[in-house]
Design a protein around this ligand. Structure first.
Ligand code: GUN
Length: 280
């Protein structure tokens, strides 16, 4: 039986509506949540992501400021801006869009963002809290994946989850979140032997490698839940995920489409984290 669709677009709209109500509530208390997004350079994909984040903020009433800096911006200039934003009372969340140009050290920049404004959840203190299971900001993309599961009534407890990809942005935090929800978690990566065999063990398979359609139907267990984090541009107007949708959908019970799956959830979770930062 073909898979049911994990509809990120619909669920993200529900989350945004809830965030909108929370923003209205905060405004009644005299607090307008504020997000600063910093974009360095002119990477076309990053420009689209930043524009979408800004629009989403405006729609729910979050004060959004985008700092667009030229590619030649020095690391010192970028750090100065982050430090200013750290002490700006109108700004509750700071997001520096990645990747940064090669001459800037991402880690130094991320480490400079104040813990209480780290709405991406990428800073070391936040990551540590996530691993321990303490209060933290959940990184937006894996958080979005968890909400997709929850809102669809899929409980990871006791299930075997396989994550393909070990990035700091998705793979590693996804593993921690699934573990916290009592899944048995395997993280696979480019050196994993017998990747297809590992994937076929998965009750929940999360693909986050950035390789167009590399996970095919033969790598999926009958009835698995498939979450595709990949967004790969393969032609002028064509986006595909890391999963070969047609063949995977024949085996899976649930699957996210690309676009319209995880992507909209990431932005919705950023809005949620910004409101949470303002509330704290
Ligand atoms: N680049 C790709 N995804 C993300 C994200 O979630 N946050 C930031 N800051 N940069 C990204």
């Amino acid at each position: 039986m073909p898979a049911q669709i994990l509809d990120g677009k619909k669920i993200a709209a529900e989350v945004r509506q809830q965030v909108q109500q929370e923003v209205a509530q905060l405004k009644k208390q005299g607090i307008t949540p504020g997000l600063a997004v910093v974009l360095v350079g002119d990477d076309p994909a990053s420009q689209v992501y930043v524009r979408n984040k800004h629009r989403a903020c405006e729609e729910v009433g979050i004060h959004s400021v985008v700092h667009r800096l030229p590619a030649e911006t020095s690391q010192a200039q970028l750090l100065d801006l982050v430090k200013q934003l750290n002490i700006d009372p109108r700004i509750h969340g700071i997001l520096v869009q990645l990747p940064l140009p090669d001459h800037i050290d991402e880690k130094t920049v991320i480490d400079t963002i104040a813990l209480e404004k780290d709405v991406d959840g990428f800073g070391p203190a936040n990551v540590g809290n996530l691993v321990i299971g303490d209060k933290c900001f959940y990184p937006c993309t894996p958080h979005g994946c968890m909400v997709l599961l929850d809102k669809t009534g899929i409980d990871p407890k006791g299930k075997k989850a396989v994550i393909v990809g070990r990035s700091n942005i998705v793979g590693k935090p996804m593993a921690m979140m699934l573990l916290a929800r009592h899944a048995t978690v395997t993280i696979c990566h480019s050196r994993t032997q017998n990747l297809a065999d590992e994937c076929r063990q998965a009750d929940i398979l999360v693909a986050a490698v950035g390789k167009p359609e590399m996970i095919t139907g033969d790598m999926i267990k009958e009835g698995a839940v498939v979450i595709d984090v990949g967004i790969n541009r393969v032609a002028e107007k064509k986006l595909v995920g890391d999963v070969h949708f047609a063949s995977a959908a024949e085996k899976a019970s649930w699957i996210t489409p690309v676009p319209g799956g995880v992507g909209p959830m990431t932005i919705a979770m950023l809005l949620k984290n910004t409101v949470e930062a303002a509330r704290r």
